[in-house]
Design a protein around this ligand. Structure first.
Ligand code: LLP
Length: 395
């Protein structure tokens, strides 16, 4: 999202057009999420270009706004889903079953039935029990499920503990030791189960690609071993690319995408497989902001609070992961800077969107934009305190 101040007012710049966010906020009414579709398309294309020949399955849990999904569908990518609800949204946006890989540890009978009836590309299976259940449902529907085993490489990545998934203490994936049991189940259901690949996902918001690469290479070796026994076709390397929320420097994102892309290109030369990749955050995070209005300025001898009409119910990342998001004024005012905690209306002290943020001349009725909220923002909205969701605008 290319944002720029002109005469102290914030503009969204899109190719030859510019949009005054202050006028937009006044006209639309707050709070609202604003998405930059042009930026999103460009980022998707850049990622595709640098990671080819890997096939992109966008992790739609990051952002499943219908306009975004429709646009991505037209760009020819697939999706990674984690629920029947996401399958429905994907189908509605134009994706076909063959575009869908289905991850997640808790797939229900109904979700499996839906996925089987749409002949999805691949179930990423996370446990022996899930495999059995899938086989039984496939039997009852007269279908054959294409599957990949999600393996847990047991390698640590450096990120927030809540979003690590690649260690054996996590609920995700399966241990190498479980393979013989899994193979037994496959033997019992030859007409219902077709093992076509392996997959892994080690966590999210990963900046140092070293452990990610190590995990992928570990599972690649297993893939090669298993190829002698099974007709494997797909190697799904998950998602996880991180970004620096404290910086607005897009070149850093690009640098990481390039490093990852180079690695995937080399990988595809060293293994006979269609590589699938499931990025979420790195595609969408930069291309949205959440705009709210200052309801009250509250000052004590100790602190200043800017109380706005959005908060942890609309953007839970700061509260849940102590995540940082830039917050900027839609209109810069004269005056010296003053530090505020930007907080929402929710009855929790954790309802803080930003601590000690400096604004000049901030007044009640002013608008603030919380930046880089395109991933895991609107999709994690809740209605705690019977609050209403924000609007969502796509430009
Ligand atoms: N594939 C699988 C199987 C996943 O579980 C995830 C994310 C992805 C792909 C996409 O990962 P990404 O490229 O976006 O890192 N709510 C947290 C992030 C949770 C990620 C969950 N899984 C946050 O706001 O930071």
């Amino acid at each position: 999202m290319s944002l720029e101040y002109q005469k102290n007012q914030l503009y969204l710049i899109q190719e030859k057009q510019k949009h005054n966010l202050l006028s937009l906020a006044r006209k639309t009414g707050t709070p609202f999420y604003l998405y930059d579709l042009i930026g999103l398309i460009e980022r998707l294309r850049v990622f595709k270009k640098h990671t080819a020949p890997a096939h992109l399955h966008y992790a739609m849990k990051a952002n499943s706004h219908p306009e975004i999904l429709k646009t991505f569908c037209k760009e020819g990518v697939g999706v990674d889903v984690v629920s029947g609800g996401e399958i429905q949204l994907a189908l509605k946006a134009g994706f076909k079953g063959r575009d869908i890989v289905f991850s997640g540890v808790g797939k229900t009978k109904e979700e499996m039935e839906l996925a089987l009836s749409k002949d999805i590309l691949q179930f990423n299976v996370e446990s022996p029990s899930e495999l059995k259940k899938l086989a039984e449902i496939a039997t009852s529907l007269g279908k054959r499920a294409s599957i990949a085993f999600r393996m847990n490489p047991d390698i640590d990545v450096s990120t927030h503990p809540y979003i690590k998934t690649g260690l054996r203490e996590h609920k995700f994936g399966m241990e190498l030791e479980q393979l013989s049991g899994l193979k037994e189940i496959l033997k019992q259901y030859p007409s219902q189960l077709k093992l076509q690949g392996l997959t892994l996902h080690m966590g999210s918001q990963i900046h140092d690609l070293k452990p990610l690469k190590a995990g992928i290479l570990k599972i690649k070796n297993l893939y090669k071993e298993m190829q002698e026994e099974f007709d494997l076709k797909t190697f799904d390397v998950g998602g996880g690319l991180g970004m620096d929320y404290r910086s607005q420097d897009r070149d850093q994102d690009l640098k990481l995408i390039k490093e990852y892309g180079f690695f995937l290109k080399e990988l595809s030369k060293s293994v006979k497989a269609q590589i699938l990749t499931e990025p979420g955050r790195i595609i969408t995070a930069r291309f949205a902001c959440l705009i709210g209005e200052v309801q009250y300025i509250k000052s004590s001898s100790y602190k200043n609070f800017a109380i706005i009409n959005t908060g942890m119910h609309h953007l839970i990342r700061p509260c849940l992961y102590q995540a940082y998001h830039h917050i900027v004024q839609l209109e810069k005012k004269p005056g010296s800077g003053r530090a505020y905690d930007v907080v929402g209306p929710i009855c929790e002290s954790s309802d803080v969107l930003g601590k000690d943020r400096v604004f000049s001349g901030l007044e009640e009725g002013d608008f603030l934009a919380i930046l880089d909220t395109g991933a895991y923002g609107s999709v994690m909205i809740n209605n705690y305190n019977a609050q209403k969701p924000p609007k969502e605008l796509v430009i």
